[in-house]
Design a protein around this ligand. Sequence first.
Ligand SMILES: [Zn+2]
Ligand SMILES: [Zn+2]
Ligand SMILES: [Zn+2]
Length: 105
Amino acid sequence: MTGWIVAPDAGRVEEVSCGHLDQAPDEEPPAPVRGCEECLAAGGTWVHLRKCLICGHVGCCDSSPGRHAWAHADTTDHALARSFEKGEAWAWCYQDSLFLLPEPT
Ligand SMILES: [Zn+2]
Ligand SMILES: [Zn+2]
Ligand SMILES: [Zn+2]
């Protein structure tokens, strides 16, 4: 079970919440490929990878030329994506612009 919470230091004073957290399934969906699906198809390159927490789609970050993770969130309404970089455990809500951290166990 992978739960996520809004990062305490999300940068805002008032209490913020993300209404999309329950979109994510209890079991994180497996990634079909270890790269940005759209970039691989088009022969492009990326900087960092983000993985959709709702369906497992892997796309490239906003620093990449394609920004395919954002495009995926925008076209599917899948708001939540986590970093797909080794050793990085954080996620991002594209609709609330909120930084998320794994729920403490
Ligand atoms: Zn949200
Ligand atoms: Zn891409
Ligand atoms: Zn998705």
